[in-house]
Design a protein around this ligand. Structure first.
Ligand code: CDP
Ligand code: CDP
Length: 216
């Protein structure tokens, strides 16, 4: 039996996981899932229901998640960043989201990005990538990605705020007990500080080819 072709892309916030995973999926002709959207959508539903993810279980909202929830435009805002990281600590929420992630790669395979794809969701993934960069580089990426402009007065303060929140989220994601952010033992790390998105994609393709050749 041929196992599904799964590529796991994990790493900290704004490392370029999604950009890489999407382009890699296009390149090799597999579907792509941004698993962070699942946690963001659960968090969004909780905030809309005035539930505090620091003190309330998100299980009900996770079980009520619909595909439309993942298409909402208000999932990538600072309050959802924070709330998603809080809800992602809850073991029952993580557990409720395992099935949908595994089913996504049924039969053919998929490229998924997140925090625990290579460690928990697909421990047998054919290829595991751990994409990272310094907090300063990642903060600048997120700043520019969300309309930031380094010619605007006060940009340094805006950038500092983003770096502070990214560091806080990394710390929370790494320190939690349930599926913490860490590199799988058999993952390949790509440190992207001095690489643009094209260079990261090229490196990832090289690693995929190498793994395929080794698996033959
Ligand atoms: O795009 P960014 O890296 O900023 O965040 P994301 O991938 O959308 O993830 C948002 C939050 O969801 C993270 O800070 C994690 O707390 C959580 N998450 C997780 O715990 N496990 C995953 N597989 C994906 C996201
Ligand atoms: O998914 P994650 O939060 O890890 O990051 P992303 O949303 O894919 O990427 C954050 C931003 O960094 C995007 O605007 C990318 O164009 C940019 N970027 C990148 O993805 N890879 C690089 N090597 C350099 C910049």
């Amino acid at each position: 039996v041929r196992q599904p072709f799964v590529v796991a892309v994990d790493g900290p916030a704004a490392a370029g996981k999604g950009t890489l995973a999407k382009r890699l999926a296009d390149e090799i002709g597999l579907p792509y899932l941004d698993t962070g959207l699942l946690y963001r959508a659960v968090a969004r539903r909780m905030l809309d229901a005035s539930e505090d993810p620091a003190h309330t279980s998100g299980l009900e909202q996770a079980e009520g998640l619909s595909p439309e929830d993942l298409l909402r435009g208000d999932l990538r805002v600072p309050e959802v960043d924070r709330a998603a990281s809080l809800v992602a600590r809850q073991p029952e929420v993580r557990h409720a989201l395992v099935g949908v992630q595994r089913r996504f790669a049924d039969e053919r395979g998929a490229v998924l990005d997140g925090r625990d794809i290579g460690t928990v969701i697909f421990p047998d993934a054919l290829v595991k990538l751990y994409v990272t960069a310094s907090p300063a580089a990642r903060a600048l990426r997120r700043y520019l990605q969300t309309g930031g402009d380094t010619t605007r007065p006060g940009w340094e303060e805006e950038l500092r705020e983003i770096e502070t929140s990214i560091r806080a989220r990394d710390e929370a994601d790494s320190a939690r007990e349930a599926a913490p952010l860490r590199m799988a033992e058999d993952a390949v790390m790509i440190v992207t500080d001095d690489m643009d998105a094209n260079a990261v994609l090229a490196e990832a393709i090289r690693i995929v080819r190498e793994r395929l050749a080794a698996a033959d």
